[in-house]
Structure formats: structure tokens, C-alpha cells
Design a binder for this molecule. Structure first.
Ligand code: G3H
Length: 541
């Protein structure tokens, strides 16, 4: 069922890339930010290639789009030292600054970042193959997140700007920073997901070392200058290189107080275990997931096809929140597979700059080979690829494969494919998908498709105790960013949302006193004289 013309003229030839999307020349980044200084690296460099290939007479290969430093453990430790110096055991300028001051610095940074939009969006598109349209959305969503975080910080400060009296004790309770945060985002949302931890951590008064993801590192280059200008020296430090070489020494030093990491649970465990005193480490983790959709016998098929298409194949299925397995009631399978396959055929494939393109090349090296391995394993265990062109590959591109019927003997049943494969499992008894959810190692979200309120209610109650978001007739997703985003089991540690993120990167701390005349006089004097940035009733308007 494969169309031989599917990949005809798929990759561009020299001269085919529209000038407005092209990178004039490879980006050679030698600089990295430590202690308020843009240092220049003269050591080994990491070559950055795009998932987009170039077709030439000598063959087709990934386009080299630049290079960045490959730092070593020594430089990583210098970055950590700078962050620790800026924090200065909580006595630094940044952690003791009035909240209003930190808000102004972040607003300044947000403005500077806005000026770099076109450069960042283009790099995002080239580095990870996300469509230009979605790369722009990721940028805008991040700016909105930053603005919303500022508002949430003001609100948090306002509610803390009063005294609490309980019995004869008077107190003021606020949130204070944790210390030095190591922040590492994922390649699929390199800007947005890095910033959903980095920004709240900063605003709460922590200092930072951040390592951009393996794919999606050059896009931070236009921001290094903005970080340097907007924040005091050492508050933000950037490191580049191989995680196994630069993260180990940081963790082993014991100097990291909080780890913000989005990636696999295997890597998260390795990183955490390197800390000599694990009880001193706060972890905020977004990890693996295998979110299922369950289509009940009365599901509205048009709606289910639409949402499952978005859920499984948005950004080629490379979302932690993607629907990664579909349980379809046997009575619906035939109709669902036919309509779903048709819908997949309607998705435009191509280069990320093409208008309305939905499926694009994949950044991870050898990913098509890995995905093909999953499909071959399913075929060997009795499944079929049911959609035209399903599983066809060319270089870095993998055409979505709808695989049916999937069962527990196949790798696709439990393994997180993180790519464009849609495993479909038929079921007769609702106990089957429910058992899947209970026995799964993951517990992020689930989507339920059906119309009977009684049947849905019977599933909602047990499912909310298995996962952290039950979506009704809707795909799984993180958005809106004001909603809590977390997971059970191997899927997450800590909860993120605009307001929750401010909480996870801080700890409650208070000043309390017996409410006697001496203490009242002291507190009044401190407040009237504006003598403390913590003990204050100043109200941010
Ligand atoms: O990969 C995980 C992202 O946070 C997904 O966000 O579900 O709102 O697209 P989203």
C-alpha cells in the first residue's frame, strides 16, 4: 500500500530553501555565560545538524547548522561556583532583593527576549524540525508563561504581605528560595519546557545553572546577552556539552539544591543518585508517559478521530503528553481504523517551513530505525500496519504507522515510542484498559471518549487515583499552563503550573514572635522604617 511518489522531491536541493527561512550561515557559538561574563571557548566543539537533509548529487544528508562548546567538568563546576557565589548561602543580592526588584529584572529580560523572536523561532525550527508555525507558538506561549508568572508572583507576594495572629503568637509567613537550581529541559519543547522551570526558579530568588537540551541548544544563544544584561552576575549561568561529562561532577559536588529536569526517568534516577546527600536535593521532574485513550462503544467517532489525531501525531508524536496507545472497543474498530487512517493520509508531510505542514523530519539520530524496530516487532507478533504508507521512511523522516491489533506481547504495548506510531488495541471488556492503566509504570493522563454520563462517571472516580488528568472527549495535553501538570509513578515528581511552579522552587519560612509590647514595638519599627525586605507589609500593585 505504499505510494512510490510519496517522498519524491521531499528534501530540498541547494537553492530550494526559501530565503526568509534559511539560515544565512552556520551558527558558530563559542560563548557561554558564567558569572556575568560571556566567556569564549577554545576547546572541542559539538557539531549541530538539522533533521532537515539536503539532497545533492553526492547524496542526502543532515544539514550542518552550527556548533557550540563542548565544555568539561571543570567549566561546569565554575558555573556552579558562580551560581553559589551569587546565592551566597541566601545572603546574595538576588535572593535578598525585594520581590519587586526581581519582577523588574524578569520583565526586562522578557522584553529583551521579545526582540529576539525571529532569530529564536528560526533556530528552533532548524534544530528540532518543528514547523515554523508551531515554533512561533512555542515562543509566544513561553512569553505568555513569563508574563503570567510575574502576575502570579505579585499575587503570592500580596497574600504574604500581612501578619497572621494565632493565640499569642504573631507571624509573617512567606516563601523563600531553595538555593542553586540545575535546570535541564527536553528537546521537544526546548525553549518552553526549560523556561517553565527556569523562570519561576529565578523569580523566587534562586540562582541557576542551566544546560540546554541535546537538540535545541543554539536557540539559547541569542538569550545569553539578555540574561547577562537583565540579572546580576552569577544568577544565570549556562553550560553546554555531554550530560554524562558535565552533570556528574555538578551533582557529585553536593552543591545543587534543586534539580529541574524534563526527560526520561532512567536519566533522572542516574542524576539524582549522584548527589551525596539526596535528602538535601529537591527534585522537580517531568518524565516518561504512555497516555492511553479509551474509546467506549458510544464514542462520537468523528470527534474521537479528530482528538486522537491531534493527540497522537501533533509534532510527530514527540510530546510527553501525546496519546501513545489507543484502546478501541471492538464494535468500533473497523470504522475507527478506516476514518483514522484516512485522517492520517490527509496530514501534510514536508519541510518545517512549508505552510500547514503537520509531519516533519525527526531530530533524534537513528530514530526512524528505532521506530521501524518497534513496528517490525509488532508485525512479528501478529499485528499489521493498516494505513497507506505507514512506516515508510526516508533519511530522518518516518511516515506515521497505525498498528493494529496490538497486544501485550509487543514492545509497543508498554514502550514509550515518542514518535509517529499509533498502536491500537481492541477491547471487549472495560476491565482490560483499566487493568492496563493500573499496571502501567506511568501515570500522567488518560483520555476517555464516550457519551453516557453514568459510564464516564464510573471510570472517572477510579482513574483520577491512577493518573493526574482525566480528559473527557479531548486529547491529553499540558495546556493551559495555569492548570496543574504532574504525574504518578514514573511520570513526574512535583507539580508544575504557573502558580505551582513558584511553590516547588521555594520553601515556606516565617518570622514569629510572642505578641508582647516589646516585640510589637520592634516589628512596628522594622515595618515603618522599611528595614527588611522579608518582614514588610509593602503591597505590590
Ligand atoms: O511534552 C510535553 C509538553 O509540555 C506538552 O505540552 O501538551 O500542552 O502540548 P502540551
Amino acid at each position: 500500500m505504499n505510494d512510490s511518489s510519496l517522498f519524491a522531491h521531499f528534501y530540498p536541493k541547494p537553492g530550494d530553501i526559501p530565503a526568509e527561512f534559511d539560515l544565512p550561515e552556520p551558527v558558530t557559538q563559542t560563548e557561554y555565560l558564567i558569572d556575568g561574563e560571556l566567556r569564549h571557548w577554545e576547546g572541542p566543539m559539538h557539531e549541530v545538524t538539522s533533521p532537515v537533509c539536503l539532497e545533492t548529487e553526492s547524496g542526502c544528508s543532515r544539514i550542518v547548522i552550527g556548533s557550540h562548546p563542548k565544555l568539561g567538568g571543570k567549566e561546569a563546576l565554575e558555573a556552579l561556583e558562580a551560581a553559589a557565589k551569587a546565592y551566597d548561602q541566601g545572603r546574595g543580592t538576588w535572593p535578598t532583593m525585594p520581590v519587586q526588584g526581581r519582577i523588574e529584572a524578569l520583565a526586562d529580560f522578557t522584553y529583551r527576549m521579545g526582540q529576539k523572536k525571529s532569530e529564536i523561532v528560526k533556530l528552533l525550527m532548524w534544530e528540532i524540525g518543528k514547523s515554523y508555525q508551531d515554533s512561533e507558538k512555542e515562543f509566544d506561549r513561553t512569553i505568555n508563561y513569563m508574563e503570567d508568572t510575574i502576575e502570579a508572583m505579585k499575587e503570592l507576594d500580596r497574600v504574604s504581605s500581612r501578619f497572621v495572629i494565632a493565640g499569642d503568637i504573631i507571624g509573617q509567613i512567606r516563601r523563600a528560595p531553595l538555593g542553586v537550581v540545575l535546570s535541564m529541559g527536553p528537546f521537544n519543547y526546548p525553549l518552553n519546557e526549560t523556561f517553565t522551570t527556569l523562570i519561576p526558579a529565578l523569580l523566587m530568588g534562586n540562582t541557576l545553572v542551566f544546560k540546554p537540551p541535546k537538540f535545541g541548544a543554539l536557540l539559547f544563544r541569542p538569550l545569553l546577552e539578555a540574561f547577562r544584561e537583565a540579572f546580576p552576575p552569577g544568577v544565570v549561568n549556562s553550560i553546554y556539552g555531554s550530560g554524562s561529562e558535565i552533570i556528574g561532577p555538578l551533582m557529585a559536588s553536593g552543591g545543587v539544591d534543586a534539580l529541574a529536569f524534563i526527560g526520561t526517568s532512567r536519566v533522572a534516577d542516574t542524576i539524582k543518585q549522584q548527589h551525596p546527600r539526596p535528602h538535601r536535593l529537591r527534585s522537580v521532574l517531568g518524565l516518561d508517559a504512555k497516555n492511553p485513550a479509551i474509546l467506549l462503544p458510544d464514542a462520537d467517532l468523528d470527534l474521537a478521530v479528530r482528538e486522537c489525531l491531534l493527540g497522537t501525531l501533533t509534532f510527530n508524536g514527540q510530546r510527553c503528553t501525546a496519546l501513545k496507545i489507543l484502546f478501541v472497543h471492538s464494535s468500533l474498530c473497523e470504522a475507527f481504523l478506516e476514518r483514522f487512517s484516512q485522517a492520517v493520509s490527509g496530514l501534510k508531510i514536508g519541510m518545517p517551513w512549508e505552510a500547514d505542514v503537520k509531519l516533519t523530519p525527526l531530530p533524534e539520530l537513528d530514530k526512524p530505525k528505532y521506530l521501524d524496530g518497534l513496528v517490525q516487532d509488532a508485525l512479528a507478533h501478529g499485528a499489521k500496519v493498516v494505513n497507506p504508507n505507514g512506516g515508510a521512511t526516508t533519511e530522518t523522516f518516518f511516515y506515521p504507522a497505525v498498528v493494529y491489533p496490538v497486544n501485550e506481547s509487543m514492545r509497543l504495548y508498554t514502550e514509550e515510542q515518542f514518535g509517529p506510531i499509533v498502536p491500537v488495541v481492541p477491547f471487549d471488556d472495560i476491565a482490560e484498559p483499566m487493568r492496563y492503566v493500573v499496571e502501567s509504570n506511568y501515570g500522567q493522563q488518560v483520555s476517555l471518549f464516550g457519551q453516557d454520563p453514568d459510564a464516564l462517571a464510573r471510570l472517572i472516580d477510579p482513574l483520577v487515583n491512577q493518573v493526574c488528568r482525566v480528559n473527557l472527549n479531548s486529547q491529553c495535553q499540558r495546556a493551559p499552563d495555569t492548570f496543574p501538570f504532574t504525574g504518578r509513578k514514573d511520570s513526574a515528581e512535583g507539580t508544575l503550573s504557573v502558580s505551582d511552579a513558584l511553590r516547588v522552587f521555594s520553601i515556606r519560612t516565617l518570622v514569629a514572635a510572642r505578641s508582647d509590647p516589646l516585640n510589637k514595638a520592634i516589628i512596628t519599627d522594622i515595618i515603618r522604617g522599611n528595614k527588611s525586605n522579608f518582614l514588610t507589609t509593602n503591597f505590590i500593585l
